[in-house]
Design a protein around this ligand. Sequence first.
Ligand SMILES: NC(=O)c1ccc[n+]([C@@H]2O[C@H](COP(=O)([O-])OP(=O)(O)OC[C@H]3O[C@@H](n4cnc5c(N)ncnc54)[C@H](O)[C@@H]3O)[C@@H](O)[C@H]2O)c1
Length: 297
Amino acid sequence: MTTADFAGRRAIVTGAAGGIGAALAAELISRGAAVVLADLSPSVTDTASALNADAADGRNVAAGLDSGATPDSRAHAWVGDVSSVADIDDLIAFADEAIDGVDMYFANAGIIGPGDLGDSDADWDTIIDVNLRAHIRAAQVLIPRWQEAGDGYFVATASAAGLLTQIGSAAYSVTKHASVGFAEWLALTYRDDGIRASVICPMGVDTDLLRAAGTSGTAQRAVTDAGQVLSPGDVATIALDAVQAGEFLILPHPEVLDMYRMKGSDYDRWLAGMSRYQARLNEQNRANEETTHAGND
Ligand SMILES: NC(=O)c1ccc[n+]([C@@H]2O[C@H](COP(=O)([O-])OP(=O)(O)OC[C@H]3O[C@@H](n4cnc5c(N)ncnc54)[C@H](O)[C@@H]3O)[C@@H](O)[C@H]2O)c1
């Protein structure tokens, strides 16, 4: 697949119960793809049903059909753990059955993980499994199939934290860097086999994950202060336009490119600037906490 034409394509989107994954699935369906929405959360079933209802409405209007007609549904829900080898096998077998194969895999499921250094190996194992190994394990199943077909597209949702850093979370920073590195390696290694890869690297997006980062005030503030918080729908549109054009690095916040260039051109200056930024955020957090405590006295 050099440039992706989505009509008739068969895609899996992981982490699709809500947030960016649900928006990617909706946008894929609106562009004519059949999609398996995968998530740990059983609510992914409701997400898929809602997408089918929306798609049916759209087609009925377009075709002048009475509402109540039942065109083929194009969203299918699968519930499981996309970081587990056994579940990935099950997910891909499910897609083979439900949508007759997999041309595109959106490795989007992710977690914010522990703040700061993390307290235990278990903390790190979980986030490495979800944010990185899930991608490797899916690719190990799909790449040989795609080599045989001469076609396939792997899209990872990493983060701007995978190019820059995530203040307040070592595990998120490290796993997102690794996710960018893995996608980059896929993109250059299998290009001649007709396989493409892209990586989506947003800053703030208005989802549950960003809200969950609120448990570590500095991490959340670092994201929301750094730039505009985009809607998942905006990110999905930008991402699929870029995939359509076959672009590797997808930056929904274009200013990330300037920050990345600045980091690459003078690493020490960038580190010093980030360290000052972190000190400022810590100071603001302390001031906020003092105000809150004073208000409670
Ligand atoms: N929201 C942001 O500001 C932001 C910014 C940059 C990157 N991202 C990345 O975008 C991706 C999507 O996150 P989101 O912001 O939409 O958050 P979200 O919490 O709405 O979505 C993540 C989904 O992944 C699912 N999930 C987690 N672990 C899973 C597993 N093992 N198996 C199956 N499903 C699993 C969750 O149930 C959830 O539905 C993540 O990789 C995240 O790191 C988010």
